[in-house]
Design a protein around this ligand. Sequence first.
Ligand SMILES: O=C(O)c1ccc[n+]([C@@H]2O[C@H](COP(=O)([O-])O)[C@@H](O)[C@H]2O)c1
Ligand SMILES: Cc1cc2nc[nH]c2cc1C
Length: 354
Amino acid sequence: MLLSQTIAAIGELNREAMAQAQARVDSLLKPPGSLGRLEELAVQLAGITGRPAPEIRAKSVIVMAGDHGVVAEGVSGAPQEITYQILPRFLDGTGGIGVLGRHVGAKVVVVDIGVAREVTWPGVLVRKVRPGTGNIARGPAMTREEAVRAVETGIEIAQEEIAQGADLLATGDMGIGNTTPSSAILCALAGIPVAEAVGRGTMVNDAVLARKRAVVAEALRVNRPDPADPLDVLAKVGGLEIAGLAGVILGAAARRVPVLLDGFITGAAALVAAGLCPRAKDFMIASHLSEERAHRHMLAALGLKPLLDMNLRLGEGTGAALAMPVVEAAAKILREMATFGEAGVSDMERDKLL
Ligand SMILES: O=C(O)c1ccc[n+]([C@@H]2O[C@H](COP(=O)([O-])O)[C@@H](O)[C@H]2O)c1
Ligand SMILES: Cc1cc2nc[nH]c2cc1C
């Protein structure tokens, strides 16, 4: 119910606000177009929020954590326990997203949506749908009902953050093994061949990479996900944190709040969200191009261009957090830069320049 309501609430970009923002951008004290992608981003923010001069006052990074039965196939270079052990470090400010979240002044929200072990760390939101997924090489990751519940959990958490004042959201993931289901989703929803869709993930050597390819091919063969049904793909070859993040994206879009995508795992969540509601793509901002090779295929399928390209592959929302100041800067040029007229500077006869 919440999922269908949320999808129905996702509207179009506000063309009038975008036209006003574009006119303002074109009259600012600078050569036309000289702020490049920042100008495009400013106009997109106007379209998302419906405000010609949007303001970002509070930012949240939502990190969804879940485990993956497919680690039994030896697809990751890291032990599953790390998913559980690292969570308090995100909140005490010593893990990657702890440091970068603090650096950019964002609240970090950590959610156990499917960690294998019972989580009692103080501050972690426990919304566990189930303790880890099934092994996708042998059967489905979860039931369709669990997939819907995980997506709806993400929607609820996005709604809670927005109700508390967040006007920019970022997605983050934590889950040893989660590049494997992310690749499977990329194959199923974007039709990318297995050899192209699978990469090295955390710390994977050549032998493990070959096994990972075989496992993704097997997961697709065993489960036969229906490419026309994103919930079927999510339930059969996805993950709980991927489902939760798809919900965060849809929840943000429904409330007209911009959402920064992090890397490869968030990209898989975005493919699911866009499959469920193509209009949701308009509310997404791709923060960076991950070092995980197939991320470029995800962004191409979504029609998104990344803001940063820094060889990041940590996940946790770190790339999305790093891009937050860029989004804030885009809003600020609309609110704080003067026009030629306001600054009393001779106009450059823009018509001749364009
Ligand atoms: O964000 C990315 O693009 C990214 C790329 C590769 C790995 N990761 C992180 O590494 C973990 C998954 O890697 P793996 O090899 O265990 O599938 C998971 O916790 C992700 O957050 C993240
Ligand atoms: C240490 C470590 C931190 C991570 N953060 C996201 N994925 C990760 C994987 C490992 C291994």
